[in-house]
Ligand binder design. Structure first.
Ligand code: ZN
Length: 275
């Protein structure tokens, strides 16, 4: 397996979201030889989509994904429509940036609901409705399963098997994003990565799982600092035909968000030996 070079590394802007705006992220990637970027929509809105597209092109970066669409379940029809409208805007932004995919985080239980099966059905229907627009536009939708600790609040799609089953049900135009933080523990991971195969594997997100983890959202580790055997998972991705970017995505309120962003990017590049 070839090592990941900085040119095949992508910066998810969440990694330095407290330090840098999108322009600084783009310029930082160029400075560190990092070849890809994956913006979050709040950073994108701040910068402006046209300006962001221009800056990204000027610096020769690949947009490995736009974060994020999804959050489909809602308590009523108006809520579901609002979610779909926002997803249409996200789709337009992904197209304007020439992103490789639009990342979808499913969404959790609507307020007051205890019906996770219904939430999951709403996710399926929401993606199907968005696909009607994404498919003709040629923008792949990447379902990112999230660790089950987020099932209530953020995402009721929690395993790669679930995401693959959704892809089977929905047909062309939808694939998966494999984020090691969310799926590293899954005994079926290797099988499900191979099942997804080249066409469905749209993104590969890396960071590490710290033991102990002090916060369920904001305590992700830098590659090499935790318990995830990332090269093994990347080996499965490559065996399945994925040869795209490794995108570093670290939410770390107490550690990495407190360091100078240039130091964070330099560390990401140094730690590629753990990817
Ligand atoms: Zn991710």
């Amino acid at each position: 397996m070839d090592p990941v070079t900085p040119a095949r590394l992508s910066l998810n802007t969440a990694t330095v979201r407290e330090q840098w705006n999108l322009r600084e992220c783009i310029e930082g990637c160029a400075r560190h030889g990092i070849g890809g970027i994956s913006p979050w929509r709040d950073k994108l809105a701040e910068c402006g989509v046209d300006e962001a597209a221009r800056l990204i092109a000027d610096h020769g970066l690949t947009v490995t994904g736009l974060c994020r669409g999804g959050l489909f379940p809602a308590a009523d029809a108006a809520g579901r429509q609002a979610a779909l409208d926002d997803n249409r805007r996200a789709l337009d932004e992904a197209l304007a940036l020439g992103a490789r995919c639009l990342i979808l985080v499913a969404g959790g239980l609507p307020e007051g609901s205890k019906d996770i099966a219904d939430a999951r059905a709403q996710v399926r229907d929401g993606i199907a409705a968005l696909l009607d627009h994404a498919r003709p536009a040629g923008m792949p939708l990447a379902i990112e399963p999230l660790h089950p600790m987020y099932a209530a609040g953020r995402a009721c799609v929690n395993t790669l098997k679930q995401a693959n089953d959704l892809c089977d049900a929905l047909g062309q135009g939808v694939g998966v994003a494999v984020d090691v933080y969310h799926v590293w523990w899954d005994p079926e991971l290797e099988y499900e990565i191979l099942r997804a195969g080249k066409d469905r594997l749209l993104a590969f997100h890396v960071c590490d799982w710290l033991e102990p983890t002090r916060d369920m959202l904001l305590d992700r580790g830098m590659m090499g600092d935790g318990v995830v055997d990332i090269p093994r998972i990347r080996g499965w991705m490559e065996a399945a035909g994925y040869h795209g970017f490794a995108e570093v995505e670290i939410f770390s309120a107490e550690t990495w968000w407190k360091k100078p962003a240039d130091e964070v990017l330099a560390t990401c590049v140094e730690r590629l030996s753990f990817v």
